[in-house]
Design a protein around this ligand. Structure first.
Ligand code: ZN
Ligand code: ZN
Length: 169
């Protein structure tokens, strides 16, 4: 959904639900589930505030199984007109949280995509208590209980220690 800044009414625009955004994400496997947005204008500065809920396929960082991450993200972005070519605008402190628009247009799809991507976990987990893969035999311990002894020390150090023992023999 692209909005024209000059067409934003005095009272702003309220968007509830996802029907105005049939395909907001370039990655078709991402799904926008819920949305509340308020678009308002002050002079030529546009404020977009609200929240979104999306579901995006991820791979668990512990057990390496694919799962669907549910992302809730707050949207608080300020758009200012991009300075014309060759024109230098003085950067204020506030500009760090600002975005720019060109040709009287703001692409809300692109905004939602950015905010959803920022909401993705750095270390995705299929569930809080994911047991991960067994470091000895490699089975997914969420699904299979293997008989391996629990590893007490870091296996990488154990390997180094074995090597060191061999070198000193
Ligand atoms: Zn997992
Ligand atoms: Zn095992």
């Amino acid at each position: 959904m692209v909005i024209r800044v000059s067409e934003i009414p005095e009272e702003g625009i309220q968007i509830e639900g996802v029907s105005a955004f049939p395909e907001p994400f370039q990655d078709r496997s991402w799904r926008l589930e819920d949305l509340e947005l308020a678009v308002s204008k002050e002079g030529d500065t546009v404020f977009v505030d609200g929240r979104l809920e999306a579901r995006m396929p991820q791979v668990c960082s512990r057990c390496l199984e694919p799962y669907e991450a549910r992302v809730e993200a707050d949207v608080h972005t300020r758009f200012v007109p991009s300075p014309g070519r060759g024109e230098e605008r003085e950067l204020g402190v506030d500009d760090l949280e600002s975005d720019v628009y060109d040709h009287d247009q703001i692409d809300l799809d692109a905004l939602l995509e950015t905010e959803a991507a920022l909401g993705l976990p750095m270390k995705p987990l299929c569930r809080e208590d994911c047991k991960g893969l067994c470091p000895s035999c490699g089975v997914n311990r969420n699904a299979v209980a293997c008989a391996c002894a629990p590893v007490t020390s870091d296996p990488r150090w154990a390997a180094l220690k074995t090597l060191a023992d061999r070198l000193h023999r």
